[in-house]
Design a binder for this molecule. Structure first.
Ligand SMILES: [Zn+2]
Length: 111
């Protein structure tokens, strides 16, 4: 993919799309939490399909969505921390293995 390469900066469209996706994600989480908060103690209305409460059905859908989103966020954060831990370990290994040669230590051999 050419737009993710190091030599070319990201295009404006990709930045705007990423920002819009973040905004939609945050709005979904916040509005879902607000819906649960405002309808937690509602009076049951049994006018839905097969005599069920429509608000209760919506609450279950919103709770399921929040659980799925939180699972995705937790996995992403864990993957990022694992990546940084691996990169740190590789940096330490490289520092201990590459600096012990005369060339790596920049020793001037005059003899
Ligand atoms: Zn209800």
């Amino acid at each position: 993919m050419h737009f993710l390469s190091k030599t070319q900066p990201r295009s404006g469209f990709v930045r705007i799309a990423a920002l819009a996706l973040c905004f939609v994600f945050a709005a979904a989480v916040l509005l879902s939490a607000a819906f649960i908060t405002t309808h937690a103690n509602h009076t049951h209305d049994v006018t839905g399909a097969d005599g069920s409460c429509t608000v209760c059905i919506q609450l279950v859908h919103v709770q399921t969505m929040l659980k799925q989103l939180s699972t995705g966020i937790a996995l992403s954060v864990a993957a990022i921390f694992a990546l940084f831990a691996i990169l740190g370990i590789l940096r330490i290994i490289k520092a201990y293995t590459s600096a012990h040669s005369p060339v790596g230590l920049k020793v001037k051999l005059n003899n």
